[in-house]
Design a protein around this ligand. Structure first.
Ligand SMILES: *[C@@H]1O[C@H](CO)[C@@H](O)[C@H](O)[C@H]1NC(C)=O
Ligand SMILES: *[C@@H]1O[C@H](CO)[C@@H](O)[C@H](O)[C@H]1NC(C)=O
Ligand SMILES: *[C@@H]1O[C@H](CO)[C@@H](O)[C@H](O)[C@H]1NC(C)=O
Ligand SMILES: *[C@@H]1O[C@H](CO)[C@@H](O)[C@H](O)[C@H]1NC(C)=O
Length: 433
């Protein structure tokens, strides 16, 4: 479904793990959500990276085996060098199942890489799901750079049943693979949840920082309470925009930052791109989905101090969606963000333009998320019953009885069972065994 990347488990809570959880709690300042995990898939030991993030040894997986990339020196961090893969002998469907999670909303980031770890020169084809909803598709052949260098992918998902299921499903004979898996609890009201509800997953299709390089957790020491990293916007600007924009930045403090529910970091608003003419971003999307566009602005050019000096229109796929005068909204050196939902896109391109009305145009950041509706999942009582059955029958690993028995609906159910929606269409039930 998308060009981003993915990432990954034992069911023991070692004393070391509890210690690292405690540390991450005591280090978070005012941010009220303290559940986070960084799992170094395929690693037998825990490590600390240069940003002082503790990566715990691999755990919470349902099966599979470990390996390392073929060129470890090509990768910066130890969590990028080791990986877990799921050969067919461990079943078609395998998961990381993180237990005992407080119900709420989570930022989930994965690192996926092939780098010919198995010497077969053939990147695998597989899907990944979160909480029983399909979120990523990896189809071989992967773009060469991506298969070699790997990629981070992330999303925001609600966890309502006390455990996070991140599952893999193989389409061919090559095993699914994952390099690392991170989760961070975030504010459940973030990203418009009061309007959009909590029955969807937001899959990141671009989190751009205007006039800046990649930064944030895993890339620089700049903090972001949600764990979000921000990529440079330069690769997404249209050619005309590239030729006409200039970057602006400030060291002044920006107000309205790090506020609930979105906790957008101050750094995001301390750089921007500016142009006399229009600014256009060309974003790649998958058709037929709705997209949540989140715009970030702050007036950081000290020559603009009054209402009416910088006014521009925001145009999404040729539809005028808003007129913006940052100073009128929030004053100077203050963060202003707004969002727009582009519905049921008919093509794989999404164009976002800022058209000048008065003065030059300026933007600090833009986020684009596919709003993926949550798939149906199996009735909770049946999930419990099936897991008990798996235990008592000692169902072999190769049957892939992991995660939700029936979901996602795009995948085959557990081997040997058939599912259908219940009468109300609200859940899946097992119709045959
Ligand atoms: C990491 O932690 C060590 C010891 O607590 C400290 O000396 C160092 O400055 C920290 N590094 C970063 C990048 O925060
Ligand atoms: C920004 O705010 C911090 C803490 O409130 C303060 O210590 C610092 O001096 C401020 N920086 C500027 C450039 O005003
Ligand atoms: C675009 O829409 C805004 C209101 O959302 C309106 O104020 C503005 O005049 C419109 N721009 C044009 C060029 O029609
Ligand atoms: C989305 O658009 C397609 C045509 O492009 C249409 O057939 C389909 O019914 C639309 N779906 C929704 C949910 O509006």
């Amino acid at each position: 479904m998308c060009k981003h990347s993915l990432s990954s488990p034992t069911f023991t809570m070692s004393p070391f793990f509890l210690l690292s959880l405690f540390l991450s709690v005591s280090l978070t300042s005012s941010f009220p959500f303290d559940t986070s995990f960084h799992i170094d898939c395929g690693s037998a030991t825990s490590t600390v990276d240069p940003f002082n993030t503790t990566w715990v040894a691999d755990r919470y997986y349902t099966g599979g085996t470990t390996s390392i990339v073929s060129e470890p020196l090509h990768f910066r961090f130890s969590h990028e060098k080791t990986l877990r893969f799921f050969p067919l002998s461990s079943g078609k469907k395998n998961c990381y199942i993180i237990p005992n999670l407080p119900s709420g909303r989570y930022y989930i980031r994965t690192f996926t890489v092939y780098d010919n770890y198995d010497g077969k020169s053939h990147a695998p084809s597989f899907d990944a799901s979160v909480e029983g909803t399909l979120v990523f598709s990896w189809r071989s052949p992967w773009p060469e750079d991506l298969a070699r260098d790997g990629a981070y992918s992330d999303l925001f998902a609600f966890v309502k049943d006390g455990e996070l299921d991140f599952c893999f499903y193989s389409f061919a004979t090559d095993p699914p693979v994952i390099g690392s898996l991170e989760i961070q609890q975030i504010d459940p009201a973030s990203y418009g949840a009061t309007d959009i509800g909590n029955n969807h997953i937001l899959v990141n299709y671009g989190r751009l920082s205007g006039g800046s390089n990649q930064w944030g957790p895993g890339f620089s020491d700049d903090p972001d309470d949600f764990g979000r990293s921000w990529q440079s916007d330069s690769g997404f600007q249209s050619q005309t925009t590239k030729n006409s924009v200039k970057s602006v930045s400030t060291r002044e403090n920006i107000s309205n930052t790090n506020q609930p529910p979105n906790y957008f970091p101050m750094k995001l608003y301390q750089t921007a791109i500016m142009a006399r003419g229009a600014i256009e971003y060309e974003l790649e999307v998958d058709a037929k989905l709705d997209y949540l566009l989140w715009f970030h602005f702050a007036e950081i050019d000290s020559s603009v101090t009054k209402v009416g000096q910088r006014v521009f229109d925001v145009v999404v796929n040729d539809k005028n969606v808003s007129r913006v005068d940052i100073v009128k909204q929030v004053g100077t050196f203050a963060a202003y963000s707004m969002y727009y939902v582009a519905k049921n896109l008919s093509s794989t391109g999404l164009s976002v333009k800022l058209l000048p009305v008065l003065g030059a145009v300026l933007i600090s950041g833009l986020e684009n998320y596919a709003i993926v509706p949550a798939d149906l999942s199996t009735m909770p009582e049946q999930v419990v019953a099936m897991r008990a059955l798996k235990e008592s029958l000692r169902v072999p690993d190769r049957m892939g009885w992991n995660g939700d028995p029936c979901a996602p609906t795009n995948w085959d159910a557990w081997e040997g069972i058939t599912c259908r929606p219940n009468k109300a269409g609200t859940a899946l039930v097992i119709s045959q065994m």
